[in-house]
Design a binder for this molecule. Structure first.
Ligand code: ZN
Length: 237
């Protein structure tokens, strides 16, 4: 599978008719535009956090590392919120955001080691975040969904464990908070180990789900309100 297949949206050309099935989070709602505000926010927060974390390492500055983390966390939340608010969620943006998360999180965690010498918990966390969670978070793009944030349309347990907002915030902040706030590093190691187990379980679970078909639309939720009737509408230029 080529990298571009991860976010290929099959978006028709402007002016061409497109069938919207009405299911929130279906890939057919991808506007197909990569140059938009949310992706710009992703670029800015990634570069800004990288500059801050590099300066923090060079100057051995704890406040600058904190600023790098906050830039990453707030920016990561802002790009997603902006995309949802403005209806600019794209499959490209989802993949781009996931890759930028690894850049920011890995650089911050490595510099954190300069201040909190806890190589084992950080190693377990980085293995989990880069080796297990990265492919796991890209796997939902095999289905016709806008992003992993809509994977509850495919598998609710995997979604709840990995892409529910509580699960995402926990995975990016828990290790740092435990290392900084709890003197006994075994607590952070235990937490990192538990998260690693959950991620491996999730990866195996998602890999074993029935293979997605070539369908352009994701199946609507089994329960709840029925989606709007599929209809044909022009693509907004
Ligand atoms: Zn659809």
């Amino acid at each position: 599978m080529a990298f571009s297949d991860l976010y290929r949206s099959d978006a028709p050309a402007a002016g061409a008719p497109v069938v919207r099935c009405g299911v929130r989070g279906c890939a057919c709602a991808d506007p197909g535009r990569r140059l938009n505000g949310p992706n710009l926010v992703t670029v800015v927060r990634t570069v800004a956090s990288l500059v801050l974390v590099t300066t923090a390492a060079l100057q051995h500055s704890w406040p600058l590392l904190l600023a790098a983390y906050l830039t990453y966390w707030v920016g990561d939340s802002a790009d997603g919120c902006l995309a949802r608010w403005r209806g600019q969620e794209t499959r490209f943006g989802a993949v781009f955001d996931v890759v930028c998360d690894r850049v920011n999180c890995t650089s911050c965690a490595l510099v954190l080691l300069m201040f909190v010498p806890a190589p084992l918990p950080v190693a377990v966390f980085l293995f989990q975040f880069v080796v297990v969670d990265l492919p796991l978070t890209l796997l939902p793009m095999r289905w016709p969904v806008l992003s992993p944030n809509y994977f509850h349309l495919v598998d609710r347990l995997a979604y709840t464990l990995n892409w529910h907002v509580v699960a995402k915030v926990t995975n990016t902040t828990l290790l740092v908070l435990l290392l900084v706030l709890v003197p006994d590093q075994r607590v952070a190691l235990l937490a990192a180990g538990i998260v690693l187990c959950l991620k491996v379980f999730s990866l195996v679970r998602v890999l074993r789900l029935p293979r997605p078909t070539a369908a352009r639309h994701v199946a609507p939720p089994a329960t709840g309100a029925a989606p709007a009737d599929p209809g044909t509408e022009p693509v907004r230029a």
